[in-house]
Every structure is written in C-alpha cells, then in structure tokens.
Write a protein that binds this ligand. Structure first.
Ligand SMILES: NC(=O)c1ccc[n+]([C@@H]2O[C@H](COP(=O)([O-])OP(=O)(O)OC[C@H]3O[C@@H](n4cnc5c(N)ncnc54)[C@H](OP(=O)(O)O)[C@@H]3O)[C@@H](O)[C@H]2O)c1
Length: 339
C-alpha cells in the first residue's frame, strides 16, 4: 500500500511517500481502508520534533482517520466489513479517567497513524461514523472534536445557557463553536481576521472580538458578560493568551488548557486570581473513545456538519501540512486518501 513516512523532527520537508506492506488485522483488530484524514496542529509539532520524546524512526504520521472496514480479525464483534469508522486518538483510552498507560500511545506519533491507504486498529479504538457525514467531515472528529467535547461538556460541564470563549478559528475552536451552538451555549469568538469573524457569526457566534485590533481582549469579554466573565474558555493559545483567558473567566469558571499556538513556554499565573476567583485550570489531553461515542451521537442527533476548510489529494500531503502551518485556514484541513 501507499503511505507516508515521517521521522519526528524531520520537518514537513521530511514527509516521504513510500510503499509499505498492507497491515493485517490480528485478533480483535479491524483493517480499515482509509478514505480521508484530517491534520491537527500536533502533526506540525511532530514534524518539528516538539511532540514529546518520540523514537527516531520512520512513522506513518497523522492521528485522525476515516474509512471503511475491509477485514476483521478473530473475535471482532463491534464491526463488520463495509462499516464506516473513525478512530479514537488514543488506542488504549477507552473510557474512565486518563492514566499514563491509557495515554502513552497515540496514532501517528508513538505508533503508526493513518496517512496511508490502510490502517489497523483494535475494534475498541473505533467508532461508527454519524450517518449524515462524508469521510472528510468524519475525519475531523478524532482529535479536534473529542478535545472540544471533553473541554466543554466533561471537564467544564457546560449546560444550555452557559457561555464559552473560543480563541481563534482553527480546528478545535470551530468544532467547539458548532457543538456549543447545538448545545444552546452563548459563544464569544476571537480571531485575527475580520473576514473569519464574519464567518463565525454566520455559524452562530453570539459575539466576536478581533484580538489584533483589541489586544486587551479580556476587557471586551468582561464587558460582553456584564463584568462577570465566561463560564469556560477553550484555551488553545498558550503562553500568549493564558493570563488573559483566566481574567476572562467568571468566578468558579473553568479554563480548559488545551494548546499553545502562541507557544508552550512559561507564563505568569496569578495564584491569588485563581484563589479568590475560585477558578479551575484544567489540562485537556484529547479524550477517550467513550467521549468520541458521545460526540458522534451528539453530531448525529444535531445533524452537525464539521467545517472542512480545504481538502487536499493524497499526493499533496506536504502542501496540506504547509497550508495548516500558514494559519490561513478556518476549521479543518483534510487529506483525501481515496476518492
Ligand atoms: N490538549 C489537547 O488535547 C489538544 C488537542 C487538539 C489541539 N491541541 C492544541 O490546541 C491548539 C490548537 O489546535 P488546532 O488543531 O485547532 O490548531 P489550528 O487549526 O492550527 O489553529 C490555529 C489557529 O489559532 C489561532 N491563533 C493563533 N494565534 C492566536 C492568538 N494569539 N490568539 C487566539 N488565537 C490564535 C488562529 O486563528 P485566527 O486565524 O482566527 O486568528 C489560527 O487559525 C494547538 O496548540 C494544538 O496543539 C491540543
């Protein structure tokens, strides 16, 4: 089969198209013909050698795959050939709380991923695709979708009528916006681009802030919430935004610490602001297969169509990475593996 190889730290230029033996489904495993994969910021981090200590060997990159079951190993009961499936981000975090063992491996980093014509996964690491989604849309749910779901509905436990602040218009934030509006939340979205802010308003954003024009955007969030702050922040910014996100949060609210598009370096956190504000700072590490089940069901019931910015062909995988790196996208960037 055709696949891509990348060594952690070899940069996007190191992406190499190779011929590999097709994987075989062992006991309790499912063989999937990949139709689409979606890229995440973490795939850029892997290319740059910033995704933790990863063995220095060629790996099939990318975590999020969507495809069709073509074979099952012995003992498989959850799927049959022809089923349409997506994979969870961590093959071993099926449900319950995270542990170091459950989150040790993720597809496309510590173990082979899905930027290949076929991939194999334990049946417990797979979920059926919501019936109204095509493969490109479905491929967006594994990392960005679970992360947004975990942050808003598991860790922050948001309920209809609550408010959420979404930073930027990348994959996690736009999926979070779509889920938030379907769940009856009030969503405030920031972006560097007025054009993108217009697009988030069309998706239902209740208020928008251009963080370039308004560098002290936390004051605007407070103004928009009557001085109270939001119930939760989807904090994907990192060192350049965390302090302002904490200031934007109401007393007793949650800052879901997710990413570092401005960097993962040290940042000053005011302990007193957390103490007297009774604020929760909670790290989010994607989520479990059970969360993907819940997300898929919510997406199905609410007929949500995840926003796919652009679909690249398999031969253009490197261009897809470069496009994501340029940050001009809105929502998700997808590579079509099979047309
Ligand atoms: N912890 C986890 O489980 C987890 C899971 C998924 C992702 N992440 C992390 O979350 C972050 C986002 O991931 P992603 O895949 O959504 O990335 P992405 O699609 O590449 O998002 C990039 C977006 O970030 C926005 N941005 C850049 N600088 C910003 C700033 N100063 N303030 C606010 N927004 C800013 C930009 O939005 P505009 O163009 O609108 O300005 C840009 O389009 C990454 O750091 C990623 O590693 C973590």
């Amino acid at each position: 089969m055709q696949a891509y190889h990348l060594v952690s730290g070899a940069q996007v230029a190191g992406l190499e198209r190779v011929e590999r033996p097709a994987p075989i489904a062992g006991p309790n495993e499912v063989l999937v013909r990949t139709h689409a994969v979606s890229l995440n910021y973490r795939d850029l981090m892997f290319a740059r050698g910033q995704y933790g200590a990863i063995a220095n060997r060629p790996t099939i990159p990318v975590a999020d795959g969507a495809g069709e079951v073509i074979a099952i190993g012995s003992g498989v009961t959850r799927f049959k050939p022809g089923d349409r499936v997506i994979n969870a981000y961590f093959p071993d975090w099926i449900d319950g709380r995270p542990t170091p063992v459950k989150t040790r491996d993720s597809f496309g980093a510590q173990i082979d991923g899905v930027l290949a014509e076929q991939f194999v996964a334990n049946e417990d690491a797979l979920v059926a695709i919501p019936s109204h989604l095509d493969y490109a849309e479905a491929a967006t749910l594994s990392c960005a979708g679970i992360t947004a779901w975990n942050a808003m509905f598991v860790e922050a436990a948001l309920k209809p009528g609550d408010s959420v602040l979404l930073l930027g218009t990348g994959g996690v934030s736009i999926l979070a916006l779509q889920l938030a509006k379907a769940a009856g939340l009030r969503a405030i979205v920031t972006s560097s681009s007025n054009d993108k802010l217009e697009r988030v308003r069309a998706l239902g954003a209740d208020a928008t802030i251009n963080y370039r024009d308004t560098p002290e955007w936390q004051n605007e969030v407070l103004r928009l919430t009557g001085g109270i702050g939001v119930d939760a922040v989807i904090e994907v910014g990192g060192e350049g935004t965390l302090a302002r996100s904490i200031q934007s949060t109401r007393m007793g609210g949650t800052v879901a610490v997710i990413g570092g598009v401005t960097g993962f370096g040290g940042t000053e956190v005011d302990p007193l602001a957390l103490i007297v504000g009774v604020k929760h700072l909670t790290g989010i590490f994607v989520g479990s297969r059970a969360m993907l089940d819940a997300l898929a069901q919510f997406v199905e019931v609410n007929r949500i169509a995840p926003v796919v910015d652009r679909v690249f062909d398999f031969e253009q995988a490197r261009e897809a990475y470069e496009y994501l790196d340029a940050g001009k996208h809105f929502g998700k960037v997808v590579v079509r593996v099979r047309s």
